[in-house]
Write a protein that binds this ligand. Structure first.
Ligand code: NAP
Ligand code: ZN
Ligand code: ZN
Length: 348
């Protein structure tokens, strides 16, 4: 086994602190990655606080992992020592179900994808530990290649925030002539603005207030509205083809559905703790759809990274030492992050 160190939540809602553990010795198809940076996703906080239920402890969170290959198993063909790589929300899946075969491993039908942390390996008993650590061992088929022109700190959030917005933007065909709204300008939202803008859509940010307006416009938004102002919901009635909702708390989805035009869709990617209440009328009027989307498969994640490489897109990051992780969690909850905290693993 390989000795590893990181930061873990020892139990539910407890502060994270230093933690020593072991990674497996690389199997023939494994890549050992020296983790350089790891993003802090709001999902890390939900899970460390067990807001979705079923969390297991100790938990080493982190699924926005960017680093450099330090060792490869004997049968690895895709990567070599020194390559810039990353790992996202899952590290394995069944590889044979209908969805895995289609490159949609995040929707694996046989046991689900193996989560990068807060999950178990395919044996059902070995816990997985995430990216708030110095290294990780992952099968090469679940490792992504980082474009040469992109810096690793800004790339890390692409492995969750980036793909979580890229996948629905592609699926619902954001592009020239389409009016797209991004609800919530946080880690996911700011990547949504950048990617939708790069795809050529008209982009509107719907934020709680106007305090992030200058940032939103710099990131690529054409319009910016405060959802605390009731006039916003009057003015934008039946305006959007696509709304991507990244908000992590309960809100009135019906009010947002009314902003969709005929055949428009609202795609939920944020995961509030409590269920939402949806009325039939906002849906049946104007044949609207309410949908959801989870991260993206390996093939699409690589496609997203290559797209970001081509358009020189990375996340706007605030790099912190790992000792500040608990403080960062508090700031994320207060929407006080511009726009993703990324842990510099050199601080471990
Ligand atoms: P984040 O950085 O905290 O961003 C969430 C944004 O929601 C905030 O920046 C804020 O934007 C808005 N918001 C916060 N509190 C609000 C409130 N009380 N009322 C209205 N808006 C509020 O979080 P994130 O990392 O982007 O993650 C967002 C959500 O997506 C989380 O629930 C996370 O678990 C989930 N997620 C889902 C997937 C998936 O695959 N579907 C993947 C990753 C994360 P403004 O300040 O602009 O209003
Ligand atoms: Zn995430
Ligand atoms: Zn599968």
């Amino acid at each position: 086994m390989i000795p590893a160190k990181g930061y873990a939540a020892p139990k539910v809602k407890a502060e994270l602190g230093p933690f020593s553990f072991e990674r497996r010795d690389p199997r023939p198809n494994d890549v050992v990655i020296d983790i350089k940076f790891c993003g802090i996703c709001h999902s890390d906080i939900h899970q460390a606080r067990d807001e979705w239920g079923g969390s297991t402890f100790p938990m080493v969170p982190g699924h926005e992992i960017a680093g450099v290959v330090s060792r490869v198993g004997g049968k690895v063909t895709k990567y070599k020592v020194g390559d810039k790589v990353g790992v996202g929300c899952f590290v394995n899946s069944c590889r044979h179900c209908e969805n895995c075969t289609r490159g949609l491993e995040q929707y694996c039908l046989d046991g689900g994808a193996t989560l990068t942390y807060n999950g178990f390996e395919r044996d059902g008993k070995t816990p997985t530990y995430g990216g708030y650590s110095n290294q990780i061992v992952v099968d090469e088929n679940y490792v992504l290649r980082v474009p040469d022109n992109l810096p690793l700190d800004g790339v890390a959030p692409l492995f969750c925030a980036g793909i979580t917005l890229y996948s629905p933007l592609m699926h619902w065909k954001a592009g020239p002539g389409k009016k797209v709204a991004i609800v919530g300008l946080g880690g996911l939202g700011h990547m949504g603005v950048k990617i939708a803008h790069a795809l050529g859509a008209e982009v509107t940010v719907l934020s709680q207030s106007l305090r992030k307006e200058a940032d939103g416009r710099r990131l690529g938004a054409d319009n910016f509205y405060a959802t605390s102002d009731p006039a916003t919901f009057k003015k934008l009635q039946r305006y959007f083809d696509l709304i991507i909702n990244t908000v992590s708390v309960e809100m009135d989805w019906n009010a947002y559905l009314n902003l969709l035009k005929l055949d428009g869709s609202m795609v939920v990617v944020g995961v509030p703790e409590k269920p939402a209440c949806v009325a039939a009328f906002p849906l049946i009027m104007f044949r609207r759809s309410l949908a959801g989307s989870a991260i993206g498969g390996i093939k699409e994640t690589q496609e997203m990274l290559d797209f970001c490489g081509k358009h020189n897109l990375t996340s706007d990051v605030e790099v912190i030492p790992i000792q500040k992780v608990n403080e960062a969690y508090e700031r994320v909850i207060k929407s006080d992050v511009r726009y993703r905290f990324v842990i510099d693993m050199a601080s471990l």
